[in-house]
Design a protein around this ligand. Structure first.
Ligand code: SF4
Length: 331
């Protein structure tokens, strides 16, 4: 497949085959063809989002060693990073959420580790909901156990959930891939929009694996898709495999955009960066509190970005940011 055919197919909004997706991913990140694919992805992202990028912001309700042992996560017991647990009080969580709202985040995510007490999660979430504007979009980032409580999430005022089938799920994690897929279906059945992405990408993942995962995310009609690279957690086995470059990220973000249905308006990149914006990323993340990619207890003192810092990144990429509630979750 040559570049002319790729762009023609994209302009005609035709579906790409697995082989074509793999071929786009197999291009060198700094090849002319890759830059053209990135430009086409950027055009689509501008088009479907009315040139309004979004900033989503996440706070964590707890920090705890997690027995699910996802090998890329700093909370995994096996990674031996965190040994004690800490919980954010409802009052502090409200302050963090209101700060995000004041800063202009378009959606607020409430994260907890997989074994966090559900009762506490709902109690704090309700408290947060009660202190936010009614139109502020709330999104849960929680474990598969919450799928059984999907309707409770809706009742607690959540519009969406972030949930992903991770690369090499069941190999690099202790979670059955089918369980992740079932959870996504259950959340959607309850009326929650599901945001997802191709993650966490390391240098060892093949173009075929990435193509399969891009196609999977396209198949679930998500609120947004995109790509996230794996951040090496010092001293871990996966850290030895290294990290992909921002340019490779931009390439994967771009290919993901070309493959997604046009009804999917959001295309995320994580962690945030200027280069993936060139590949059509129109969704980046701010974070406070515990973060599975960070070894600092408060990611705002480590890898986490603030809402104003993300807005600045988008400005540098000549993007305006949405003023108001997320339109990605509207879909
Ligand atoms: S990614 Fe989630 S489930 Fe996996 S170890 Fe980290 S907190 Fe636990």
């Amino acid at each position: 497949m040559n570049l002319h055919d790729i762009i023609k197919k994209s302009r005609n909004v035709e579906m790409f085959t697995r082989e074509e997706i793999t071929a786009m991913l197999a291009l060198q990140p700094n090849a002319l063809e890759t830059y053209v694919i990135m430009a086409e992805a950027s055009r689509i992202s501008h088009d479907v989002s009315n040139s309004s990028a979004e900033i989503h912001a996440q706070l964590a309700l707890n920090l705890a060693p997690c027995p699910r042992d996802c090998m890329f996560c700093s909370f995994a017991v096996a990674n031996n990073i965190f040994h004690t647990s800490a919980t954010v009080s409802p009052a502090d969580a409200v302050v963090q959420a209101r700060q995000f709202e004041e800063d202009g985040a378009n959606a607020i995510y409430i994260m907890a580790t997989a074994t966090f007490d559900m009762g506490q999660y709902f109690e704090t979430s309700r408290e947060i909901r009660n202190h936010l504007r009614p139109d502020t979009i709330l999104v849960a980032n929680v474990g598969d156990e919450f799928a059984a409580k999907a309707t409770n999430l809706v009742e607690a005022g959540f519009q969406g959930v972030y949930h992903a089938l991770r690369l090499r799920e069941g190999i690099d994690t202790k979670i059955d891939p089918n369980r992740r897929i079932e959870s996504i279906k259950t959340f959607q059945k309850a009326g929650l929009s599901v945001g997802t992405c191709v993650e966490p990408i390391g240098p060892e993942h093949t173009d075929e694996e990435l193509a399969n995962m891009i196609m999977f995310t396209a198949s679930i009609n998500p609120a947004f898709s995109g790509a996230a690279r794996r951040i090496p957690i010092p001293g871990t086995t996966l850290a030895e495999k290294g990290i992909i470059s921002e340019l490779r990220m931009a390439q994967i973000v771009a290919v993901t955009r070309l493959v997604m249905p046009r009804s999917v308006k959001g295309n995320c990149s994580h962690e945030p960066g200027a280069v993936p914006i060139l590949g059509g990323a129109n969704l980046l993340w701010a974070e406070v509190g515990a973060n599975p990619r960070d070894i600092k207890e408060k990611t705002e003192e480590g890898r986490g970005h603030s809402v104003p810092a993300i807005r600045k990144l988008f400005e540098e990429g000549e993007w305006q940011t949405l003023d108001g509630a997320s339109r990605f979750f509207d879909a």
